[in-house]
Write a protein that binds this ligand. Sequence first.
Ligand code: CUA
Length: 190
Amino acid sequence: MTEEEKKPQEIPQKRRRPYAGGALLIAITALIVILFTGGIAYAVQSLIGSAQEEVVEGVLVDGVREFRISASQWYFGPGSIKVNPGETVRFIVTSVDITHGFAINEMDVNLPLAPSGEIAREVVVPADIPEGTYTMYCSIFCGIGHPYMKGSIIIGDPGVGIGRILPYVATLVMAGMFAAFIVIGRRRAR
Ligand code: CUA
């Protein structure tokens, strides 16, 4: 008699626990899926980006850092250059096709390029400019790709940016969560 009364009481109590665990499992799985897809997307994006952007440091001519840059629909070649604060830089920019512009706001550069034209300009990189990555862009409308006609100019040594380490951090977090999952799963299975 006493044993039969106990049994129906124990069953509903046991059923509650797997339900709470299931909700947590779904929440953690969703979080992992978000982190995983986000991490993969970011890693692929940065891989493609770094493969395309070979940073060019120019040539030193009598103490002046010289860059020969071509402008065409709709990119600059090279698309990524590096200079140092305080140094004199000479840009020799040539348009391969139509009218373009070559502009770097932080260095007060804005050169108009005639079709198949060339322009040279010497500028001093401000000595007190914060080290980092800036944008060089086309400043004259040149067609449908004009808004995307951009390159990057690295000034100084910005070091390791958060964008470069984020995919690795995401991967580490994911690996940690999977490991925790396995440990918890094994403890519950006992
Ligand atoms: Cu090239 Cu606008």
